[in-house]
Design a protein around this ligand. Structure first.
Ligand code: NCD
Length: 365
């Protein structure tokens, strides 16, 4: 399935892609000041931009955001997508700002995506990973934070195996902190890029049915995803082996469906989660074959979906476990689009955290 450039010709999208002739902060001043012209205001999900949107100070979890802020981030990302996809050049919006990527846990796509997002906005990027840094020599998290502070970074993007580490960092540092995934807790930019991708394909998400399948217990993505989908009014069903359902799932505002085959015919989106073996210290299901048979998405199940339904996965995929190659490479899979859209969404978050406050101040708001 090809990505629908539904908003590509909007005036705001054009304004966002003319860096050479416009001031450094142009891209997102458009959505901030002229909500009526933002691309997504044509859908009901976007009407919240017509009211004053509370500024972002950090991006620690989706639970810190309200619906208007989510829609504002998505609308801003829509405007930045042509720059993310290199239809246009970089913009000078964050020139002179230093963004530090502090990655204390393995990551490929998220780290590269944040790196590219900051560079497309002309920020300087410091890549700091646990391996090869003083953290591996036993430096405390607080001392690492104080060192970054002393170096004058303007924003820290942090990934950590410890739930709550980004919030802790926000206590030590006086600059915006973005959570790039912490333990089993939150992965807010993944949820935002997923909702952005769903919105591009399905329009208004209110009442749409999203089925999340797999290892919910260990998944920070699922926790953020459900909160973001609830904010935009989608109906969420979850399907998982009973051993991989979090005990608190009843409080998530989702429907627990026992069988994947029962959930598929009504789905607008099937969202597959990776089986997170690195977080499993005992057997949660009998065998990979058993998992594939009961909870995996294969060609037979793909044919149970409605024609417009899309298949998503946050990556990295375990082909042959939660998803077969046939499904991952099918026309209904939007998995590579998620990766591309992630750059635009992270650009939007960086913009809103680092450049929008200055724009608001200039405008006396
Ligand atoms: C996710 C993560 O790290 O939480 N992946 C990612 O950000 N690219 C999901 C996963 O690892 O399964």
């Amino acid at each position: 399935m090809t990505q629908q450039p539904r908003h590509a010709s909007s005036p705001a999208a054009d304004a966002a892609t003319t860096p050479a002739t416009t001031p450094a902060t142009t891209p997102a001043t458009t959505p901030a000041t002229t909500p009526a012209t933002t691309p997504a205001t044509s859908t009901a999900t976007s009407t919240a931009t017509a009211t004053r949107v509370a500024p972002l100070h950090h991006l620690l979890g989706i639970d810190d955001l309200d619906a208007a802020q989510v829609v504002h981030i998505l609308d801003t990302a829509e405007q930045l997508l042509p720059i993310a996809t290199r239809e246009r050049n970089t913009v000078p919006t964050l020139r002179g700002k230093v963004v530090c990527n502090l990655f204390l846990e393995d990551s490929t796509r998220t780290r590269i995506s944040f790196d590219l997002a900051a560079k497309r906005l002309s920020a300087e990027v410091l890549n700091f990973s646990a391996k090869g840094s003083s953290v591996s020599k036993g430096e405390s998290f607080k001392d690492t934070a104080l060192t970054l502070d002393a170096m004058g970074v303007d924003c820290v993007v942090v990934r950590s195996g410890s739930s709550g580490a980004p919030r802790q960092l926000a206590r030590y540092l006086d600059v915006p902190i973005m959570n790039a995934g912490d333990g089993w807790h939150q992965h807010p930019t993944q949820a935002l890029l997923d909702v952005f991708t769903m919105r591009r394909h399905l329009g208004d998400l209110a009442g749409r049915r999203v089925v999340i399948v797999g290892d919910l217990l260990h998944s920070r993505v699922a926790r953020s995803e459900v909160q973001a989908l609830n904010l935009v009014g989608a109906q969420v069903s979850v399907v998982a082996p009973p051993t991989l359902l979090p005990p608190e799932v009843e409080r998530w505002g989702v429907e627990v469906v026992p069988s994947l085959d029962d959930a598929l015919p009504d789905a607008d989106v099937v969202y597959l989660l990776r089986v997170q073996r690195e977080r499993m210290h005992r057997a949660f299901f009998p065998s990979t074959r058993e998992y594939q048979r009961l909870w995996g998405m294969d060609g037979r199940r793909l044919r149970q979906l409605k024609d417009h339904a899309i298949v998503m996965h946050p990556g990295p995929m375990n082909r042959g476990v939660e998803i077969t190659g046939e499904v991952a490479d099918s026309d209904q899979s939007v998995i590579t689009e998620q990766v591309t859209n992630g750059i635009a969404v992270r650009m939007a978050c960086l913009y809103l955290l680092l450049a929008a406050p200055a724009v608001d101040e200039e405008a006396g708001r």
